[in-house]
Design a protein around this ligand. Structure first.
Ligand code: ATP
Ligand code: FE2
Length: 350
């Protein structure tokens, strides 16, 4: 079956066509036959950094038709060959989610196709499993807005740890802005950290299984004002923050008795985080999986792929019920949707 997926949780408008290589009546999907036929995106950017949701939504309206057409053209698929339309239903910015939902509803209605709403966080995990051949991992999901440690346990996806305030990506972007670096800050902090030599002690905030970055940001602002070396601060920030994230991830691995760590989200493009994650996994005999950046950052392939899984679990939504869910938590995904993930657990998907 072929699914057209649409992603619009934040600054990226994405469209993708994925073929699961199985026919409608098939109960099984053979993972080796799944094909990502296209994965197109256009992201809203600003010179100054930061994002006004209303402007991002206007960007999405402007590029919507072109990006969807490009995804179909690249895939060599006409709309009448598409079997399912899926979209990011949440979590995310309401202004942005609404545009993707609207486009998906229109296409589903016009072509009389089933509509599937996808949880964006779970989609990050499922695409990682698909492209990395991970079986049953703990996901360290580190993006701009989200920071969560997620794993499948007791019949559904659960959050084992998360940020108590801002996402680690937003934290790095704010820190970069304080240093006068542009947006996105993550890659710039990484480059600056390579020149750092001395570790400056910073607050290490792990509370139970959760992390927090607000106090650390305040502390950094004070250190910048008092003249600490920017290079040393960047180096120390990475060492501190990534250690916090990996401490929680390691405890989730131990608690769930799982042997695979999967990274997801834009911050996982950071080579130092990957290096530290690999070292932690090596020390405990676990495998570490890191998808290509195309699948770490927000993308529509993950929405199309998860749309297929959810459809096969029998969970479609009526257009009148397809309201966006800006605060949809990973652990709120209902048991029927979780079943889709459960169904996808065996290798190949059975
Ligand atoms: P979500 O809706 O999942 O929260 P998002 O749009 O907020 O998505 P992503 O696109 O997954 O986030 O990631 C954006 C973050 O990743 C930014 O904070 C950015 O600084 C960071 N980032 C991007 N590339 C790199 C890199 N090479 N190294 C470090 N951080 C990076
Ligand atoms: Fe994301």
């Amino acid at each position: 079956m072929i699914c057209l997926g649409i992603e619009t949780t934040a600054h990226t408008f994405g469209a993708s066509v994925v073929d699961d290589g199985a026919s409608k009546g098939d109960k099984k999907i053979d993972r080796s036959k799944v094909r990502i036929l296209s994965n197109v995106k256009d992201s809203y950017t600003t010179e100054a950094g930061g994002m006004i949701p209303k402007d991002a939504a206007e960007h999405h309206v402007a590029v919507c038709g072109r990006v969807i057409q490009e995804a179909l053209d690249k895939a060599g698929v006409r709309m009448r060959k598409v079997d399912i339309v899926s979209f990011s239903q949440g979590p995310g910015l309401g202004h942005c989610l609404r545009i993707g939902a609207m486009a998906a509803r229109l296409l589903a209605a016009k072509h009389n196709l089933p509509l599937v709403g996808v949880n964006h966080c779970i989609a990050h995990l499922e695409i990682g499993r698909l492209v990395c051949d991970a079986h049953d991992p703990v996901l360290l999901y580190v993006s701009g807005a989200n920071t969560q440690v997620i794993a499948f346990d007791g019949g559904r996806y659960r959050i084992f740890g998360e940020t108590l305030d801002i996402g680690v990506g937003n934290f790095l972007d704010c820190f970069a802005r304080c240093l006068g670096l542009g947006f996105p800050g993550g890659p710039k902090i990484y480059e600056l950290a390579l020149k750092g030599k001395n570790y400056i002690k910073l607050p290490y905030v792990v509370k139970g299984m959760d992390v927090s970055f607000g106090g650390l940001l305040t502390n950094l602002k004070q250190k910048i004002e008092s003249g600490s070396s920017h290079e040393d601060l960047a180096f120390s920030v990475q060492e501190t923050v990534f250690a916090m994230l990996l401490e929680v991830s390691e405890r989730a691995l131990a608690h769930c008795n799982k042997g695979e760590l999967l990274l997801g989200g834009g911050v996982a493009c950071n080579k130092r985080l990957v290096e530290m994650a690999k070292r932690m996994c090596e020390a405990r005999g676990a495998s570490c999986f890191v998808p290509e950046p195309e699948f770490l950052l927000d993308n529509a392939a993950m929405i199309a792929w998860n749309g297929l899984l959810v459809f096969r679990a029998g969970e479609t939504i009526r257009i009148e019920d397809s309201i966006i869910r800006p605060y949809w938590r990973t652990d709120e995904v209902n048991s029927k949707l979780s079943k889709a993930c459960l169904a996808a657990k065996a290798r190949p998907y059975a």
